[in-house]
Design a protein around this ligand. Structure first.
Ligand code: MIG
Length: 659
């Protein structure tokens, strides 16, 4: 059952698609106070699931999290905010229920931080809607919530292939080389991503004519090899005379305004920019239609970046800061002044105060950005999704975004942002998956190999062995870091085998994805969601159930060639060196130490289950649904969902066949 409680005058976030009547009852479970906080007193063993893209473990107890979409490249244990705001939690224990705090501004989740036994949720203002969801168990609560927020985005089939990305691919030739080198090394590939380098001076919907003289031809040649190009689009629009996007936006008042009513100016990669007012439906439509500049060149997928929105600095703050620095340096700078100086400079990027300085036009009403901050990225992706649905209605377009709010899951996926080539970030990505799925985000994955910092071959191998299970499977790295395309490593053959196994698993992963999207279910679940009576399962936060058949337990520690795994029931251990070299072994319920050499993929098939398993192929177009074998317990069947992989999927479409 879902109950809705309305406080003050909430901004319509459009996270929810079902109209339910507000309840007059007293709010259950939480105590409210005059500061606008919602307080829950924990029982010792209560677990808190959820919050989507956040740091720390699957159980969120023991930290303070802040929903404030933020371009934060430091996913450290003490971070409070990342790129998305997913204010849905499930409290599981003495009482089990779900709660969604539908609020467009900043909201704090103190989950046993100030007081270990207490959770206190505090929005900036008391204008929000709280939904309380009760049900049979965690899965039932998730299903009800997902019904409330609408069906998850379904990408095209090719989006399940392996993707290669890097910030800094210089020109067309380099893209061709990347494709060629994958082919030469026998590494399957379905997509190559274009980062900001392809644009002319970082201007959205332009292509640098020297570096990429003929993008249409490049896209066509790549497609002939089964490879899709996926360009990036940034939120900020460069201020430059003669640039149509800039000029149209100014002319039609499609940019966010400052308090004086002028177009607000921030600085990001293109230099000075205006921010499209994605909360204005007209502006949304206008910007979305611009994607056709690229679809008309044969592009079928996009990633949206910098849409928290990220602001490196604003002119006013820069001026103030420079003035203060001048004052400091003209006097005798002591140590305190030195730290004041470095703090001020560091504080320019992503400064919260800047978000108070601009406004959105919401049906004629000027709304301060910071009051609706967390909706910006969602509406950027919505802008693209809604326009492309009309521009190319016959097919699905790949979309994923960096910033998001619940509701954005209907328009696209998200990638998990600027992680680092750190062992701990394999685990961090994995721990976000169930929480993201709870919030409707099914199409997701991390920058495989790590984005920031230099990766190593062993880290990459382990990362692949984890990422090959996530819907978005993309190798991406930052400018200036060590190149991490798989063909660069000593044992590229081993990496190629791991990627090929991904392709054998795609029929299964796609089928589970579609079933989850169409039935409002999760793909990745904590063990306790399926084994609620198992006290041990509740403690496990480095293994996940995948779909209805698998359990994964990847390695995320340097120089570990095995690990402890907890089996909540008897399972079949599957060991793969390649798509053909497979051994299996039945393991009883309980704790096991499992050897996992660097070049082997290990996962588990649940008792009396089987999965479809294909052949190694070069790209998704070559996957043949007619030659699938079953892998798993003998005489077990699998319900396979399949479709053409590109037509939009109607709501009632469950093309299931028994395999
Ligand atoms: O300030 O476009 O998260 O994936 O490579 C960095 C350059 C801007 C951040 C994205 C990252 C991308 C990078 N972008």
């Amino acid at each position: 059952m879902i109950k809705k409680y309305v406080y003050g005058t909430p901004f319509p976030t459009e996270a929810v698609v079902k109209d339910i009547e507000a309840s007059d009852d007293k709010l259950s479970f939480f105590e409210t106070d005059d500061k606008g906080s919602f307080t829950y007193t924990f029982a010792e063993d209560d677990i808190v699931y959820g919050l989507g893209e956040q740091i720390r473990g699957i159980n969120k107890r023991g930290w303070q999290y802040v929903s404030w979409n933020y371009d934060n490249p430091n996913h450290h244990e003490d971070a409070r905010s990342l790129y998305g705001s997913h204010n849905f939690i499930i409290i599981s224990g003495k009482q089990t229920f779900g709660a969604f705090f539908d609020y467009a501004g900043e909201i704090e989740f103190d989950i046993g931080y100030t007081k270990r036994s207490e959770m206190k949720i505090t929005p900036k203002t008391s204008d929000l809607i709280v939904y309380i969801i009760t049900g049979d168990n965690e899965k039932d609560i998730v299903k009800q919530f997902r019904g409330l927020i609408g069906r998850s985005y379904i990408p095209p089939f090719w989006a399940f292939g392996y993707g290669q990305s890097r910030w800094g691919y210089k020109n067309e030739q380099e893209i061709r080389d990347v494709a060629q080198q994958h082919k030469a090394a026998g590494i399957p590939l379905d997509s190559i991503y274009l980062d900001i380098d392809y644009m002319e001076r970082y201007k959205d919907f332009t292509v640098d004519s020297e570096l990429f003289p003929n993008l249409e031809k490049l896209a066509e040649d790549m497609k002939a090899q089964g490879i899709y190009l996926v360009p990036i689009i940034d939120a900020g629009v460069k201020i430059e005379d003669g640039y149509d996007v800039y000029e149209e936006g100014v002319r039609d008042n499609y940019f966010c305004k400052n308090a004086e009513g002028d177009d607000f100016v921030g600085a990001v990669w293109p230099g000075k920019v205006h921010f499209p007012d994605f909360l204005n439906p007209e502006a949304r439509k206008w910007f979305g239609n611009k994607y056709s500049v690229l679809t008309s060149l044969g592009i079928e997928g996009f990633w949206n970046d910098m849409n928290e929105p990220a602001i490196f600095y604003t002119e006013d703050r820069l001026k103030d800061t420079c003035a203060k620095i001048e004052k400091l340096t003209s006097e005798n700078m002591g140590i305190n002044e030195f730290f004041e100086f470095t703090g001020m400079v560091a504080g320019l990027n992503g400064n919260k105060g800047d978000y108070d300085k601009f406004y959105h036009n919401v049906n004629g009403r000027m709304v301060k950005h910071s009051d609706v901050h967390n909706l910006y990225g969602m509406n950027m992706t919505r802008s693209a999704f809604e326009a492309l649905r009309e521009i190319c209605p016959e097919k699905r377009t790949l979309f994923f975004s960096r910033s998001s709010y619940i509701g954005a899951h209907r328009y696209g996926g998200i990638w998990q942002g600027d992680n680092k080539s750190w062992w701990s970030h394999i685990l961090q990505s994995m721990q976000q998956l169930p929480a993201l799925n709870m919030a409707g985000f099914l199409f997701t994955g991390s920058d495989t190999g790590g984005f920031g910092c230099d990766t190593t071959e062993d880290l990459m191998m382990r990362w692949l062995q984890y990422s090959l299970f996530t819907p978005l499977f993309r190798n991406h790295s930052a400018l200036g870091t060590r190149g991490q395309e798989l063909y660069r490593f000593g044992n590229k053959g081993a990496a190629a085998e791991i990627v090929k196994i991904r392709y054998c698993l795609i029929p299964y992963l796609y089928s589970e994805y579609l079933k989850a999207a169409l039935n409002d279910e999760m793909i990745f679940k904590p063990l306790a969601f399926d084994f609620p009576e198992d006290e041990m399962a509740k403690q496990v936060d480095d293994q996940l159930l995948l779909g209805n058949e698998l359990m994964i337990a990847p390695i995320y520690k340097q120089n570990a060639f095995g690990r402890y795994v907890y089996l909540p029931e008897e399972m079949l251990l599957v060991r793969m060196k390649s798509c053909e070299n497979i051994t299996t072994e039945v393991l009883p319920k309980g704790h096991h130490y499992v050897d996992i050499p660097l070049d082997e993929l290990v996962f588990f098939i649940r008792k009396n289950k089987a999965i479809p398993f294909g052949k190694a192929v070069e790209h998704t177009a070559a996957i043949d649904k007619n030659t699938l074998r079953l892998l798993g317990y003998p005489d077990c069947l699998y319900e396979l969902y399949s479709d053409d992989g590109y037509s939009p999927v109607p709501d009632n479409s469950l093309n299931i066949s028994m395999l």
